[in-house]
Design a protein around this ligand. Structure first.
Ligand code: PRT
Ligand code: ZN
Length: 324
């Protein structure tokens, strides 16, 4: 099926998210913060968009790239690890690029790492030659091994990868790690990181954008018209704009305070991450009220420094969104 048209022209955008699991709640929360709301179907597999014609399909995360490729869904929220694994596997099987990362979403952070028994004296990856490595990410691992010129056997397992060395199924593993507790509990230690992962917004690969499939460093505005020639192009554009606003504001704070005019030269250097502050005169004299949108951390230490430099009545407010 052609992802450009999917099941024919559509006037609603369909986004696949995980039904249950680590990414399910944060994905919904993020889309809710973008102003979307839904009515849920009785089988809890489909959510009909109410505030905008943007529907949700609740599925297993592994199914998301394929649903985008087949045009069943237009976008998806999925771990970069799953997207990259399926992208490499698809291309290895002779397929062409079908989906790509549109935006990193800032949650579900983890890394895909090689871990070896704690008893190994680890020196370099050359030690992996001739070993058996258990993983649920055979395509990423195989590509990495080939790239390093390491001849090792890849043992594909769908779960419980971390106990494979103890069961004698493998010598070492390649698995997702976040806190490291699972590895430690299985007497394993991480030695190499193959991929830094997080949840991403995935979409069809644009024929006209020229972006490499999973280019993480420079997410580009896709050429929507090259992907959809119906209402979905406008809806995706609207959603991306809101998403960028929400992501940008996530760690931002609005800082409000008062100060005398003379204090301003000492205060401004303490606000290097602030967008041009709004300054208002308050009492017909020297008193000013300032308002600054800070994109960095507004810590207690920073507030104390501002106070020492002459700021009074400091208020720190969360910001829910911004439309530039
Ligand atoms: O049912 P469905 O197929 O949809 O879900 P799933 O069980 O395949 O996925 P799920 O919910 O476990 O993970 C979804 C996504 O969350 C993954 O694809 C990653 O992108 C992301 N993520 C973030 C993680 C972790 N952190 C993580 N720690 N996915 C899995 N783990 C596992 C890891 O495999 C290992 O078993 O947690 C264990 C390690 O955790 P630590 O904290 O002990 O290091
Ligand atoms: Zn899964």
């Amino acid at each position: 099926m052609n992802p450009k048209t999917g099941n024919g022209a559509r006037d609603r955008l369909r986004i696949a998210i995980q039904k249950s699991g680590r990414l399910a709640e944060p994905a919904r929360a993020l889309l809710t913060a973008c102003g979307l709301s839904w009515r849920e179907s009785r089988d809890r597999l489909f959510c009909y968009g109410e505030s905008l014609p943007v529907d949700l399909l609740l599925v297993r995360d592994d199914d998301i790239p394929g649903l985008i490729r087949d045009g069943v869904c237009d976008l998806g929220v999925v771990g970069r690890n799953v997207l990259l694994e399926q992208d490499i596997a698809l291309k290895a099987g002779g397929g062409s690029e079908a989906f790509r990362e549109w935006r990193p979403l800032g949650f579900g952070g983890c890394r895909l790492a090689i871990a070896v028994p704690e008893t190994w004296a680890w020196q370099s990856q050359a030690q992996l030659a001739g070993t058996r490595l258990a993983t649920s990410y055979p395509a990423i691992l195989r590509q990495w091994l080939d790239g390093q010129g390491i001849a090792a056997e890849v043992v594909e397992l769908s779960g419980s990868v971390e106990i494979a060395p103890r069961l004698g199924q493998a010598d070492a593993i390649c698995d997702l790690v976040s806190s490291g507790a699972t590895l430690a509990a299985n007497q394993l230690k991480p030695v190499m990181t193959l991929l830094e992962s997080e949840a991403v917004l995935a979409g069809p690969s644009s024929a006209t954008s020229g972006a490499s499939g999973l280019d993480q460093a420079t997410p580009r505005q896709p050429a929507f018209d090259g992907i959809w020639d119906d209402a979905r192009a406008g809806l995706a554009e609207l959603l991306l704009r809101r998403l960028d606003g929400v992501l940008r504001m996530r760690h931002s704070k609005l800082l409000m305070f008062q100060a005398s005019r003379e204090a301003i030269p000492s205060l401004l250097p303490l606000l290097p991450d602030a967008e041009a502050p709004t300054v208002m005169q308050i009492d017909g004299g020297d008193g000013l009220a300032l308002q600054a949108l800070c994109h960095g951390a507004v810590t207690w230490q920073r507030l104390e420094e501002l106070k020492r430099a002459g700021a009074r009545g400091l208020l720190v407010l969360p910001v829910e969104g911004m439309l530039a």
